[in-house]
Design a protein around this ligand. Sequence first.
Ligand SMILES: Cc1cc2nc3c(=O)[nH]c(=O)nc-3n(C[C@H](O)[C@H](O)[C@H](O)COP(=O)(O)OP(=O)(O)OC[C@H]3O[C@@H](n4cnc5c(N)ncnc54)[C@H](O)[C@@H]3O)c2cc1C
Length: 613
Amino acid sequence: MHEHDVLVIGGGGAGLRAAIAAHEEGADVAIVTKLHPVRSHTGAAEGGINAALREGDDWELHAYDTMKGSDYLGDAPAIETLAQDSPEETIQLENWGMPFSREDDGRVSQRPFGGLSFARTTYAGAETGHHMLHTMYEQVVKRGIQVYDEWYVSNLAVTDHDDPADRECHGVVAYDIKTGQVEGFKARNGVVLATGGTGQVYDHTTNAVANTGDGAAMAYRAGVPLEDMEFVQFHPTTLPSTGVLISEGVRGEGGILYNSEGERFMFEYGYANNAGELASRDVVARAELTEVNAGRGVEDEYVYLDMRHLGEERITDRLENILHLARDFEGVDGLEEPMPVKPGQHYEMGGIETDENGETLIDGLYAAGECACVSVHGSNRLGGNALPELIVFGARAGRHAAGADMGEAEITTGKTAEIEEEDGLDTPVEPGAVSSADEEDTVADGGAAVVEPDETVRHTVERERTRIEELMEKDDGIQHAELREDLQKSMTANVNVFRNEEGLKQALEDIREVREAYQDVYVNDPSRTFNTDLIHTIETRNLIDLAEAITLGALARDEFRGAHWRQAHQERKDDEWLKHTMLSWNDGTPELWYKPVILEGESKTYEPKERSY
Ligand SMILES: Cc1cc2nc3c(=O)[nH]c(=O)nc-3n(C[C@H](O)[C@H](O)[C@H](O)COP(=O)(O)OP(=O)(O)OC[C@H]3O[C@@H](n4cnc5c(N)ncnc54)[C@H](O)[C@@H]3O)c2cc1C
C-alpha cells in the first residue's frame, strides 16, 4: 500500500495547485492521475483568467459581475473569495514564469470577456491553460512532489457509517493502467479530488474523452451530495463537426456573429442590445439556436463567427491558435472566411458540494476545480472564471487537506436545519441503482464496513479487485461504447440548451434503460496493459450516474435561471427557487433536497435583479 499525508487525485490546474499548496504546508503529498498532468484538460483552455489587477477595477466589481452572471445562484462567500484571491494567485503564476501576453509598456494584457464590466481577463495568447499547466507542473517537479501518472482511481476508501456525515475518507484505490495492478493509496491527512469535468455525458462537447466526471460520481456514491447539477454550460462557439472550442477571446477581441441572412442577430433581434456578442454565454447560446430554429441558421445547424476584420497581425498575435483549430478541424481559413459555430456542452457548473475551504461532508475528503461546486458560478459561469477557481480553491483545498487552520467556513455542507426536502418529484421510472447497494455488505459505495484507516483501504482494494475481475471474466454481453452512445444521444436530444418536461422524462427513461443494460456490460480486450476498454467501461458507469443527476435536477427546477431554460417556465422564480438543488445517493436511491443560496457578502447583500446585457 502506498502512503502519503495528502493525496491529490488529478493533475490538472486544480490538482497541481492543490499539491503545491499542500507541499508548502509541509505535507508529504502525491498526485494520482489517469493522464500525465500536462495532458490534463486544463491544457485546452484558451481564453484567459479573470483577475482584478488594474486601476479602475477591483475585487468588488469582479464579485458583482460573477454574482450577476450566476443569475443569483452563486454563494457570496465563495464568489468574494474568488474575486479577492485571484489577483494574488495570478501574480503568483506570473512569478513562477507563466508567459502572459503583455502590453508594450510591459504590463500583463487583459481583454474583455462576456458578462464582465471591465476588461479583466489575463491571457497567454490563446493557449492560457497550456501555459498554466506547464508553469505549475514545473513547480511540482521542482518540489519533488511524487506523481503517479497513468493510475486510474476507481474508488474512494471511506468508512461505512450509516450517516454520511460520520464517514471518513482514508484513501483511494487505483488501477495501474500500465500493468493492470489494483493498489491501495492511504492518505494520512486527506484526499483532494480534482478530477475535472463531465463533458462526456453529451455527444457534442468541447471536453476531452477523459472528462467523465469520475471524482464527482465516486464522491456521490460515497455519500457526498452533488449540488446544482442541472446547470450545464453550453458554449456558443464550438466547431459543428467536432465540438472543438473557438475561444470567447475571438469575441473579446471584436469578432462578430451573424446568421444566414448576414444579420448581426445579437443586435438585430434584440437578444443583447448593449453587450451584443459579449453577452453572457447562456444568452448567446440560446440566441444562436433561436436563429437556427427560426430558419436563419446555416445548413439548419450553425451560425457564423467572423474575425477577418481584426486583421492578420492582431489575429496571429492574439488568436493564432484559433486559425489552426478552424483550419485543421473545419477546413476554414479564419483570415479569409467566417467560421461556422454552434453551441456545445462546455462546463458543469454543479458538482461535489464543498465549502470555501474545499471540504466536503465526509471527513478527510476535499474537492476543487470543475468537479467541485463551491458555489462560485451558480447557474451560469462567466468565461475566464474557471481558471481562477482552479488556483484559488485548489490552493485552499490543498492547504486545508495538509492541516492548515482555515478558520470557520461560512458555507455549510450536508443537511442543516435550513434545508428543505423535495416532497415528491414525479419521475417516469425509478432512478438509482438497479441492484440495491445493500446486496453488498456496505452502505457507501467503496464503504469498508470498518473504521480503522489501513483496514478501510485494504477492504476497498479487495472489493475493487473483485469488481474488475468480474468485468474482465465476462466474455459476452454489451460493450460500453454502445451504452455510452445511447446515453450521450439522449442527453443531447433531451437535456440540452432548451428543455421541457417531456424530454426530461424521456431522458430519465433512456438513462434507466442504459443502467439496466450496463448489468450485462463486458470488456472485450483481455489485456492487462493500457486496457482502455476496461477504463472506459468503468467511466461509463460514472456517466450514467451523473447524467441522471443532471436530469433529475433539471426536472425538479421548474423555472428559467441562467443556463437552465424550461419551455413551460419562462421566468426566474426567486420566491421559490433561490436555493441549490442537492442530490444524495441514499443507499443507491437518489434523494433530492434543497439548501438556501447565500447572498450576504462581506459588506453587502446582493439583491437579485433582472439580468440583462
Ligand atoms: C476547450 C476549453 C477551453 C476553456 N477555456 C477556458 C478559459 O479560457 N478560461 C477559463 O476560466 N476556463 C476555461 N475552460 C474551463 C476550464 O479550463 C476547466 O474548467 C478547468 O481547466 C478544469 O480544470 P480541473 O483541474 O478541474 O480539471 P482537468 O484539467 O480536466 O484535470 C482533471 C485531472 O483529473 C484526472 N482524473 C480524472 N479522473 C481521474 C481518475 N478516475 N483517476 C485519476 N485521475 C483522474 C485527469 O487525469 C486530470 O489530470 C475551458 C474549458 C474547455 C473545455
